[in-house]
Design a protein around this ligand. Structure first.
Ligand code: PLP
Length: 422
């Protein structure tokens, strides 16, 4: 029987010593009622909360878990490097090996730099684009998330209009809107940020239109500006290369993070020779950016990526999950929109404008051992098996049954309503 008393006690203590009890994307304030905030263990496809409840995890730490928590080859590499060195006055040789591996794997890449978070990598991309020809304007698709720095954090508190004075937005997949934004930038265009596909929160996902991607490339070439693909979230779940290889368009820069070390803290910006000089001009660094252990983890992760069928298995599992969930929804009289690549699925209910049905469904699934998000795209990992999907569908069947019964009494999330209203 599910229980959340230890998590509740931890939240109460946290509220005393952590602003709002938690912050950032891991705060459960927007999650359905009773979602656990704290986790004590993770292994393979499973996570355990502070009360000992076990879940099949469809959020994968919001992306980093690509191969299964605690994947043995990665953890062996971590232990081996830890026994030698980690954070020292200079990087370990593994940094060169990892840069070589990134350049070998990513078609448009001639060089690589490493940092900690996706936001570091997108910030470097912004700075390199501006340093490239001394231009200021950067174009970003409306509602696309590229990190939590003052120039792009989704909530304005603590930032100034000046922080994004030179950011111009356009509609994703809309070539006319993109061309208008380029016109607005005039002769001051530094670069265009492209999401690999549209993966905004609270919305259906859409794959990139090849014509739109080619237009972005052409506009950058005409204006001598840099094209940037932000693969921080989608990287290595779409292809073993930059995600825009799927539409035949090569950017100048691509940002990576999350999956690179299968959970160890490392991110990267890679670029082509056109951007090399500007990359060498900006000053960016961090106390832990050169630590060797996450680099060893990333090298071990990339070895698995390049030598196994992890991606094809993840795609098969994702397809099985998608087909099973949609059929089940249909059987229970619900219509789902299950959008985006099946390895990063977004699941929303039809006729559910305030998401109360989705919230009710996720809460019922959570209490039966399946951890979903009602408003963020989810993540499949390569450790997932047919058995995991069968167990998931058993729980979701019962969850559909429960919300069918309680449909008329489901309430909208107050926190979500406050966010949307404000
Ligand atoms: C597309 C994208 N870019 C950048 C980021 C920022 O990455 P991080 O949270 O590691 O700073 C994220 C994080 O979710 C992301 O999804």
């Amino acid at each position: 029987m599910w229980s959340g008393s230890k998590d509740k006690a931890l939240r109460e203590r946290a509220a005393e010593v952590i602003p709002n009890g938690m912050y950032g994307h891991m705060s459960t304030v927007l999650m359905p009622e009773d979602y656990p905030q704290f986790f004590t263990r993770a292994e393979g496809t499973r996570i355990w909360d502070a009360d000992g409840n076990c879940y099949i995890d469809y959020m994968c730490a919001y992306g980093p878990n690509l191969l299964g928590y605690g994947r043995s080859e990665v953890m062996d590499a971590v232990r081996k490097q830890q026994a030698k060195s980690d954070t020292t006055p200079g990087p370990a040789p593994v940094m060169v090996e990892l840069a070589e591996a990134m350049v070998a794997m990513i078609s448009h890449a001639d060089w690589a730099m490493f940092c900690k978070n996706g936001s570091d990598a997108t910030m470097m991309a912004l700075m390199i684009a501006r340093a490239y020809r001394g231009k200021r304007k950067v174009l970003v698709a409306k509602n696309a998330y590229h990190g939590a720095m003052p120039w792009n954090t989704p909530r304005p508190a603590g930032t100034l209009p000046e922080d994004r004075a030179h950011v111009i937005t356009f509609d994703y997949n809309d070539t006319d809107s993109l061309a208008d934004a380029v016109r607005e930038a005039g002769d001051d265009l530094a670069g265009i940020f492209a999401a690999p596909f549209r993966h905004d929160t609270f919305a259906d996902q859409s794959l990139p239109d090849a014509e739109y991607a080619r237009t972005a490339r052409k506009l950058c070439d005409e204006r001598d500006a840099l094209l940037i693909v932000d693969d921080v979230r989608a990287g290595l779940r779409v292809t073993r290369d930059c995600s825009w290889e799927t539409v035949g368009v090569r950017p100048d820069l691509s940002a990576w993070g999350k999956v690179l070390g299968n959970g160890q803290p490392i991110s990267s910006l890679v670029g082509n020779d056109r951007a090399r000089k500007a990359a060498g001009e900006i000053f960016v660094t961090g106390s832990f950016w050169f630590s060797a252990v996450p680099m060893a983890a990333a090298l071990a992760t990339l070895k698995i990526v390049n030598s196994t069928d992890y991606l094809e298995r993840m795609q098969d599992i994702g397809d099985t999950f998608r087909a099973g969930l949609c059929a089940q929804a249909n059987d229970y009289g619900f219509a789902l929109r299950h959008t985006g690549p099946s390895t990063l699925p977004m699941v929303l209910f039809e006729e559910d404008p305030d998401l109360r049905v989705g919230y009710g469904f996720c809460r019922e699934a959570m209490q039966r051992g399946v951890y979903f998000s009602p408003y963020h795209n989810m993540f499949i990992n390569a450790a997932m098996t047919e058995q995991d999907i069968a167990e998931t569908l058993e729980a979701t069947g019962a969850a559909f049954e429960a919300i069918k019964r309680s449909r008329n009494s489901l309430k909208p999330s107050a926190a979500l309503a406050a966010l949307m209203g404000g």
